[in-house]
Design a binder for this molecule. Structure first.
Ligand code: ZN
Length: 203
């Protein structure tokens, strides 16, 4: 399986990192070895000085497809979840400054926290879901899927022009504002509306 991530999909987050708002989706991948299961401990890698949380809505692809039309995209996913795109911000900034790919800052072991998945039918509309992240009990990020610059169906239509989507692939749909560092002994908890999706201890 593969993990496809969308960068800068919320205006307020693009701004907080002084990035332009993109006119087409910004895409990067994480390897399957980066997956961290809910309730597993996240170990801060020694190689990095500053690792940030990015809470994101996840979509799991439920059938294979390529060149998927936006109007049919909804047929290709039936479960959603919540995840953290852990990002080594110091390394990412260094690579960005050199015009190099970000993979080292984004794809390291444990960098893709994936919650349990639930049926998308648990919500009236996928573009009408509030989600949030608590760090040590305080709200640090909150998002609303209606604020995405590129909707989930648009993302699937775009990505599938380049990558064949396969059953089990996971899409990270971008983070809202409020990203920040995690430290040893922090506990982060993610919620989709009132449903607790994961709790993760940082070590
Ligand atoms: Zn992200």
């Amino acid at each position: 399986m593969k993990i496809i991530c969308i960068g800068r999909n919320y205006r307020d987050h693009a701004k907080e990192l002084n990035n332009d708002v993109p006119d087409e989706p910004v895409i990067f991948l994480k390897p399957d070895s980066s997956i961290l299961k809910p309730n597993q401990v996240f170990f801060l890698p020694d190689q990095f000085k500053e690792v940030h949380h990015e809470v994101e809505l996840l979509v799991r692809i439920s059938r294979n497809g390529k060149h998927i039309a936006e109007r049919f995209a909804y047929k290709y996913y039936d479960e959603i979840g919540l995840g953290i795109d852990f990002t080594a911000r110091d390394k990412q900034n260094e690579l960005k400054a050199k015009g190099l790919p970000w993979e080292l800052a984004k794809g390291f072991d444990g960098s893709a926290l994936v919650s349990k998945m639930i049926s998308k039918t648990a919500f009236p509309s996928i573009q009408d879901i509030h989600f949030r992240l608590l760090k040590n009990g305080d709200e640090v990020q909150k998002g609303f899927t209606g604020d995405m610059l590129f909707s989930i169906d648009k993302i699937i239509a775009f990505v599938s022009q380049y990558y064949t989507l396969k059953m089990g692939d996971i899409i990270y749909t971008g983070t809202p504002a409020g990203v920040g560092p995690v430290h040893k002994e922090d506990v982060i908890e993610g919620f989709l509306e009132d449903k607790k999706m994961f709790s993760c201890k940082i070590k």
